[in-house]
Each structure stands twice: as C-alpha cells, then as structure tokens.
Ligand binder design. Structure first.
Ligand code: NAD
Length: 495
C-alpha cells in the first residue's frame, strides 16, 4: 500500500481506564482484566473492568450532557459537524499509532489495520457533513393548519462493539449518533478495548463536551447486558452474533422498549458463472473467504462455482491459499494473522473437524500454523454439500467452502436457503442473469463482479437473522433520530 507509515511494533499503551465525563477513571469495584495479544498469546496490559455501576455512571454523565439547555443541546448542528471533522483530523494525525495498537490487540495485519483507520476517518467525515442536513419536512395537511416534522436525537445510545473491526465498527455507530446530537456509552468488545480508549482521549481533545462520549470496557454478560436492559438508555446499537443479538433485543423490549439496531452474523454466498474472468473471480473469492482471517460477517463463506469450471476453480483456489503470506502481523507483506483468541481458535478447528467428519474434501490447510499465536492455515474444502454444519453455521474463520451448481434458479434457491441474509455476490457478464440474481437473493447487499466493497455513503445491513437495521449512508441517520410531528393551528391557510 503506497504511503503507509511504518508500524510501531511496541506502541505505548497510554489509556487503560474507563472514560466517563471526559475523565479516565478506575472501575467502581476496582476490578481489572487482562488484554491479550493474539500473536504472542501474552498479556498486553490490564484494563479497568466496567460493570453495571460504571454503566450507570456513564449514563448519568450522558443524562447531564443531554439536559435541555446544556452546551451539547444548544450547540449548532454545523458545530457538531465541525467537532466530528476535528475528530477525523486527530484520527489522521494518530493513524500510525492507532493502526499499531489495533494490530497489537487484534493480530490483524498492520496494512489492514491501517485501512480500517482510513475507513474510520472517511466515516467520521461523511457523517460530519450530515450534522446540519438531517432535517424534517413541511407537510400539506387539510384545513387551517401548518404541519412540520422535526428530526431530534433519540437521546442516550448504548453502542456495543465486536472485536473483529474494533475501530470501524465503533466509528460507524458513534459518527451518526453524534452527528444527530445523541450522547453515547460505548462498550468495546472485552478482547479489544485499546483503540477505543485512545479514541476517547481524542474525543476530549477535539472539544466534545463532557458526558457526550463515554467508553466503558468490560464483558458482555455484565457491561453489555447492563446497557441493553438499562431503563435510561433510549437506544442500543449492537454488532455481534445473532445469538447475542436476540438477547439484546429481548432485554431492550423487556426493559424500557429502547430502540434497537442489530448487525448480526452472516453466511454469504458468492456465485461464479463460467462467463467471467476466471483468475479475477478466483482471486476475489479467495479474498472474500480469507480477509481478516475470515472473521467478518460479510465473508464469502459459501462459494458456489458452476460445474463446468469447478475443478479448475479448486485448483486455482488452492494455489492462492498456498501463496497467502502468513506471519508477523506487523510485517507489511503479511496477509494472514492469528484468530482473535483461544475460544475462536478452538471453535474454528472444531468446524474444520466436523467438515471432514461429514465428508467434505480438505484440499488445503486445516491445521494450526506455527508454534505461536492463534494461527489457523487458510483452509480450502471441496465436495461440500448444503446440509453440512459448516455450510449452515457461521464459522468466523479462514475456511473456504467450494460447492458445485448447475443453473441460475438452482443456485438462487441455495443462496436463499440460509437463516442469514447479510450479502451475496455474483460473477458473470450476462446482464439478464445479473438482474435476476440481484432481484432474487434475500440479502441486504449484492455485489456484482466484485466483493467486499462498502462505502460510508451506501447503506449496509442484513435481511433475516443477519440484522434489523442499516449502518452507513443516509439510512443510518434514521437509526439515531426520533421524528417529531408538530401541528400548528393558523389563522388562514395560504397555499
Ligand atoms: P458476541 O456477539 O458474543 O459479542 C459481541 C459484543 O457483544 C461484545 O462487545 C460482547 O461483549 C457483547 N456481548 C456479549 N454478550 C452480551 C450480552 N448478553 N448482552 C449484551 N452484550 C453482550 O460475539 P463473540 O463472543 O465475540 O463471538 C462469538 C461469535 O459471534 C463469533 O464466533 C462470530 O460467529 C460472531 N461474531 C459476529 C460478529 C459480526 O460482526 N457479525 C462480530 C463478532 C463475533
């Protein structure tokens, strides 16, 4: 990647405390927990462990910041935008440090961490621009009345973040929430709090008033659950597994019926017809399966290849998997790092075993790589069938499943034969096939002759059990907005 600053393999850990009211503070119960480097499997540092009492404190800070008449409520919308632009500038200033920290904490290759920071900056700038443009309407009602809608912030938003893209996932929730004028309590994944805490320091430096942004690291069943069941949090935005997403929605419903955005698991189909550039399609399918060590909800986790090119596709896919550079995440040529933690490592290894037991053919990989870190080789299976566990469930690991299909109708049915509906892709040059496919698959995104591209301007989110909301784009604003209808009686209508 051109122009990428060199990593710092030993980034200083400046922030390990809970961030409330623009101050770094100890946890209410004095507990800390260890944060682990997935590359060395050694402890990086101890971080203050938030619990319900800390979430309560953060919510109290939000409440004060969100009161009528406070600097945040009185602030011009354009000024909120300026603060977000400034935060983006600070991300840019600290990009090498943030990328180095992200790699230390997640094990993802440094150049990918750097790309994540670039995306985060783009997201901040995109939503900064919306701050003074999220407006209501003037509605022509019957009679002598004047009717308008006003877009208001929902209030206090709890943002629960996963570990696979810590900064990007945090930014794509925080940026629209702040752009719309909300206050936020952010709970990073317990595994990956370090960049979120550095970002908290930048929030203060950018000039956000105290209490507007709070960051409380901690575990899901304590800290996360306190957010989803909190009586004074008005909205929860969650990214993670479908299993936990259901718990979050139940807690939101049984507490105060808080608004809920859910970005959940996926099992995305990628379909390759013979009338395409085969090398390009093989390379895209490879990236789709192995990006971020397969730890993406939009991974190309089910690759359907037309029977006429199936054997050749397997051969070329194995060649690419063989060449994928596994190694020290800080080395610029590294493409493949460790899985996030031991639990995920074991889970993926179990899926690989189950695939073999159920008769799939292991074409490459399938083992631990090296003797240090939670590394799993890029793994390629052929002769995979739809009823296997590895096809039905989200593996969240570097496992490519190659399946054979015969015609368009059949493959559309098989694509839709999933509880998930995150994204799908098709590689073909036939425009009618493309139109039928894009209009028939039940997914929130369809990629045509490409994969993985997403933009701050375009919405992203799932159908079915992959979620119930949209992030990015103008659509994200409505997730953080209440619509107020105001009706004035007037002396006389004048059209
Ligand atoms: P998870 O869903 O358990 O965790 C995601 C976030 O939710 C974390 O911040 C976690 O602390 C929090 N959380 C956990 N339990 C909670 C609860 N009861 N209430 C509120 N918040 C809670 O994901 P995980 O344990 O990190 O990974 C498990 C599986 O989830 C993975 O194997 C993968 O399949 C999936 N996953 C999906 C995504 C995604 O983006 N779709 C991201 C991470 C993990």
């Amino acid at each position: 990647m051109a122009g990428i600053p060199p990593p710092n393999k030993n980034p200083e850990i400046k922030f390990t405390k809970i961030f409330i009211n623009n101050q770094f503070v100890d946890s209410a119960n004095g507990k800390t927990y260890p944060v682990i480097n997935p590359y060395t499997t050694k402890k990086i540092c101890d971080v203050q462990e938030g619990s319900k009492a800390d979430i309560d404190k953060a919510v109290q800070a939000c409440k004060l910041a969100f009161k009528r008449g406070t600097p945040w409520r009185r602030m011009d919308a354009s000024r909120r935008g300026h603060l977000l632009y400034r935060l983006a500038d600070l991300f840019e200033r600290d990009i090498a440090h943030l990328s180095s920290l992200e790699t230390l904490n997640t094990g993802k290759p440094y150049k990918n961490s750097y790309q994540d920071m670039v995306h985060s900056i783009q997201i901040l700038r995109y939503f900064a621009g919306w701050a003074d443009k999220n407006m209501g309407q003037n509605i022509p009602v019957d009679g002598d009345f004047f009717s308008v809608t006003k877009h208001e912030p929902v209030g206090i938003c709890g943002l629960i973040i996963p570990w696979n893209y810590p900064m990007v996932m945090m930014t794509c929730k925080m940026a629209p929430a702040l752009s719309c004028g909300n206050c936020v309590v952010i709970k990073p994944a317990e595994q990956t709090p370090l960049t979120a805490l550095h970002c908290a320091s930048l929030v203060k430096e950018a000039g956000f008033p105290p209490g507007v942004v709070n960051v409380v690291p901690g575990y899901g069943t304590t800290c996360g659950q306190s957010i989803s069941s909190h009586q004074d949090i008005n909205k929860v935005s969650f990214t993670g597994s479908t299993e936990v997403g259901k718990l979050v929605m139940q807690a939101a419903g049984s507490s105060n019926l808080k608004r809920c955005s859910l970005e959940l698991s996926g099992k995305c189909p990628l379909v390759v017809f013979p009338d395409t550039d085969l090398d390009f399609a093989v390379q895209q399918a490879h990236e789709a399966a192995f990006e971020n060590m397969g730890q993406c909800r939009w991974s190309g986790a089910r690759t359907y290849v037309h029977e006429s090119i199936y054997e050749e596709f397997i051969k070329r896919s194995v060649e690419l998997a063989t060449r994928r550079k596994i190694g020290d995440p800080y080395e610029l040529e590294t493409e493949h790092g460790p899985q996030i933690d031991e639990e995920q490592y074991n889970k993926v290894i179990d899926y690989i075993k189950s695939a073999q037991e159920q008769g799939a053919k292991l074409k490459y990989g399938g083992n631990k790589h090296g003797d240090k870190g939670y590394y799993i080789e890029p793994t390629v299976f052929s002769e995979v069938s739809d009823n296997m566990k590895i096809v039905k469930e989200e593996i969240f690991g570097p496992v490519q499943l190659l399946m054979k299909f015969r015609d368009l109708d059949e493959v559309i049915d098989r694509c839709n034969q999933s509880d998930y509906g995150m994204a799908a892709a098709i590689f073909t040059n036939d425009v009618n096939r493309i139109m039928t496919f894009t209009n028939s698959v039940n997914t929130g995104t369809v990629w045509v002759n490409t994969y993985h591209y997403w933009f701050p301007q375009a919405p992203f989110g799932g159908y079915k059990t992959s979620g119930i909301s949209r992030e990015m784009g103008k659509y994200a604003l409505r997730e953080y907005t209440e619509v107020k209808s105001i009706i004035y009686r007037i002396p006389q209508k004048n059209s």
